[in-house]
Design a protein around this ligand. Structure first.
Ligand SMILES: Cc1ncc(COP(=O)(O)O)c(C=O)c1O
Length: 445
């Protein structure tokens, strides 16, 4: 079993708690495939993918080689006051990948949060309008403007973003309109159009609607299939831009290159980040050229050539390894395994997701559907002890989230699900020391 060690002590002493969203005292020493190894030489199968960062796993040879080659030229080139080819190459690739027959450009930043902030600034500047609409439960970043756009209780609520209007998201398991799960998408759209637009905000003031196609951090909430098409119709009716936040689940995870491609709609802008940089800090906004040419949003290190070669090679690898198609196949396999192995537990209320993002909603009991955060934190901790990494998410912190590297094999899925089964067994039989997880509150400090 993992020993308390020097790195854990040093982390407690010198690393600011304000950066920490911890679920266990994991030390990362190295990684290979979908497995991370700690400083004691212990291996952990990674079902969390470092918060969906490691789509290609931990040692992709081509990405590594491209980074090394660029470092030999220089690590310094950016795009703010100069031009570099890796940034151009990546922008051209992203523009070509994004669906839609209109002029497109790309913007580069360093984190999903700064992409969400830049996109807000650009849509407001491009339209001359003053407000933005987003959804309760949404997660778009951890800077002030990202938090303002988000509606995640774990981020500390709704302190920022006075220009942002929040609308209910169509959760089919815990409907914001209790008793109406079936028509929840229509109810949410009508709430915006017939209530918000007629009370606190005219649609003429709304520059853009920002939305995740699966609200992951609020509990892997998958909206009904008609939601995105209805939202697109609403945007078209009132001349509002549609911005899809694909930072967490874009680039193949759902079984499509961009998650909204499942719904046959077009986006005006897409936000990308996390896995885009192949482990290096890189984010992007891709979309309508006239919007991206508006306002200013840049950093000294924007478009860093080393990050951009990593991004370009990451996209090439997704294509070369057929990871978009594979995510769908592996996701179905994972989902079947989870359902057959865990659904019978009284504390499992729902299992949902698309492709390789799956959530297990833990409840006090199936009838009440009351969130069970205590089970989530203990099971996640127990899994870590047993050699499996994953996190829990959710507005109430009760959903086990699985966002593994897209290269996860079916053998590894079998192994991970059997560890999960063991952890569920240990938890439900009372064989877990609950005090251990208590020091790791995740988002809910
Ligand atoms: C959907 C979504 N948008 C934006 C962000 C913010 O990204 P970052 O943490 O890289 O700033 C996240 C992070 O979890 C996210 O899941």
């Amino acid at each position: 079993m993992h020993k308390k060690n020097n790195l854990v002590d040093r982390d407690n002493i010198v690393i600011a708690n304000s950066t920490k969203v911890r679920y266990n005292p994991m030390v990362i020493q190295s990684g290979s495939g979908s497995t991370l190894t700690d400083d004691q030489g212990r291996d952990y199968l990674d079902f969390g993918g470092n918060w969906a960062l490691a789509n290609l796993g931990y040692d992709n040879v081509k990405v590594k080689a491209a980074i090394q080659k660029q470092l030999e030229n220089t690590s310094y080139a950016g795009i703010v006051s100069s031009i570099n080819e890796p940034a151009l190459q990546l922008a051209e690739k992203l523009v070509q990948l994004m669906p839609g027959d209109f002029n497109k450009k790309a913007w580069f930043g360093l984190s999903g949060s700064d992409a969400a902030e830049a996109a807000q600034r650009m849509v407001l500047a491009a339209t001359g309008k003053s407000r933005i609409l987003s959804f309760i439960g949404g997660m778009h970043g951890t800077n002030d403007s990202g938090m303002g756009l988000s509606g995640l209780p774990g981020e500390g609520g709704f302190r920022y973003g006075p220009h942002v209007i929040k609308a209910p998201f169509p959760d089919q398991y815990r409907s914001p309109f209790p008793g109406d799960e079936i028509n929840v998408a229509e109810r949410c759209i009508s709430f915006i159009e017939d209530y918000l637009f007629k009370t606190i905000c005219t649609p003429n003031d709304i520059a853009a609607i920002f939305v995740e196609t699966v609200q992951s951090d609020s509990g892997d909430v998958v909206p009904p299939k008609n939601f995105l098409p209805l939202l697109r119709q609403l945007c078209d009716k009132y001349d509002i831009l549609l911005v899809i936040d694909d930072i967490k689940i874009g680039l193949g995870r759902t079984g499509r290159m961009f998650s909204y491609e499942h719904y046959n709609v077009e986006a005006d802008l897409i936000l990308l980040g996390k896995s885009l940089g192949g482990g290096l800090p890189l984010s992007a906004v891709v979309g309508r050229a006239e919007v991206l040419d508006s306002g200013f949003a840049g950093f000294t290190t924007s478009g860093n050539a080393t990050c951009c070669v990593a991004g370009y090679e990451t996209l090439n690898e997704i294509e070369r390894l057929n990871l978009v198609e594979y995510s769908s196949i592996a996701g179905n396999y994972l989902r079947d395994k989870l359902e057959s192995s865990l659904m019978h537990y009284e504390i499992v209320g729902d299992i949902r997701g698309i492709g390789l993002i799956q959530g297990i909603d833990l409840v006090k009991d199936k009838a009440s559907r009351l969130p069970n955060r205590e089970a989530a934190s203990n099971i996640v901790y127990r899994c870590w002890e047993l050699g499996l990494l994953l996190y829990y998410v959710g507005n109430a912190g009760n959903v086990l989230e699985i966002t593994p590297p897209l290269i996860l094999t079916t053998k590894e899925i079998d192994k991970g699900v059997s560890i999960l089964e063991q952890a569920f067994k240990d938890y439900t039989e009372g064989n877990i020391d609950q005090g251990k997880a208590a020091g790791f509150p995740g988002w809910f400090v």
